[in-house]
Design a protein around this ligand. Structure first.
Ligand code: SAH
Length: 266
């Protein structure tokens, strides 16, 4: 069996900085305007990188992780805007399926279909999700984030959702954008700018992927309110704590050891 190497990617510098601080004996390498940090977390080989925003940035970063750093598994953490009505700021979303809401090759192919794959969604294996679900539930149940801080963002009882995520090169900041996506894809829980690109490249190279998003905004007319503070004070803590729990010597074999736990699904 290949030596496991976990690629850890984030689209927010504040989150990635915290994760880099977890890396033991980091070795820094610059490639294609990205900085990759190789080392160990919890005794496991990792490569951590700040991907930058958007599908192109994410696709090129994951390709480099696979072809230059030979990662065997990928975890992506980042923030996202809520699309489904019950998904709230402070909740977390684990991607079961991801799609690109801005892919449109009509009339050559139906809207949203990815030409190379002739399909809309990239789907994660159920067994692969179970251990991540367990890890995130453990974090949300035991998280020690200052209660007053959570209240400032109206976060009372953060939940985990598992389901569909839409990605595209747009920051959603209007009620109209949100409604259009929700109408086209009623199962979509949240919107972001990288996930579907990452899942596509991982699928093409047969690399297991995990995408975990913290809801930072409501993807509507109010979406930029407090965004920066939320990232610095809440999302960065979520990302670091989840990575600490998620990267363990058993990580690559998670699927075979996992037990289902109660959860909420979208
Ligand atoms: N306008 C913000 C920055 C954009 S954030 C600021 O003031 O700093 C873009 C990142 O957040 C991307 O990684 C994207 O995946 C994610 N994201 C969070 N909320 C989003 C939303 N409402 N629409 C699209 N992407 C969102």
């Amino acid at each position: 069996m290949k030596n496991p190497i976990i690629g850890i990617m984030g689209a927010m510098l504040e989150e990635v900085t915290g994760v880099i601080a977890l890396v033991e004996n980091p070795v820094k390498q610059e490639l294609g305007m990205r900085t990759y940090y190789q080392g160990k977390i919890n005794g496991v080989d990792v490569v951590v990188v700040f991907s930058r925003w958007g599908k192109v940035a994410a696709a090129t970063t994951i390709s480099t992780l696979i072809t230059e750093f030979h990662i065997t598994e990928l975890i992506f953490t980042g923030v996202a805007g809520a699309i489904a009505q019950n998904v709230k700021v402070g909740d977390m979303v684990l991607a079961k399926r991801v799609m690109q809401h801005d892919m449109d090759s009509r009339p050559l192919l139906p809207q949203y279909v990815i030409p190379l794959h002739k399909k809309i969604f990239f789907e994660n294996m159920e067994e692969h999700l179970q251990e991540s679900e367990k890890t995130i539930t453990e974090f949300l149940t035991n998280q020690q984030i200052n209660q007053q801080l959570l209240e400032q963002f109206n976060i009372t009882n953060p939940k985990l959702w598992i389901g569909d995520i839409a990605s595209g090169d747009q920051f959603f900041s209007s009620n109209e954008q949100k409604k259009q996506l929700a109408d086209a894809f009623p199962t979509v829980l949240c919107v972001e700018m990288e996930g579907a690109a990452v899942a596509q490249i991982c699928t093409e190279y047969n690399i297991p992927w995990t995408i975990i998003r913290t809801i930072s905004d409501s993807a509507d007319d109010n979406s930029s309110t407090d965004f920066q503070r939320f990232i610095e004070e809440i999302a960065s803590v979520y990302a670091v704590e989840v990575i600490k729990l998620w990267v363990t010597p058993q990580t690559p074999n998670k699927a075979s050891t996992s037990q289902p736990v109660p959860h909420r699904r979208g």
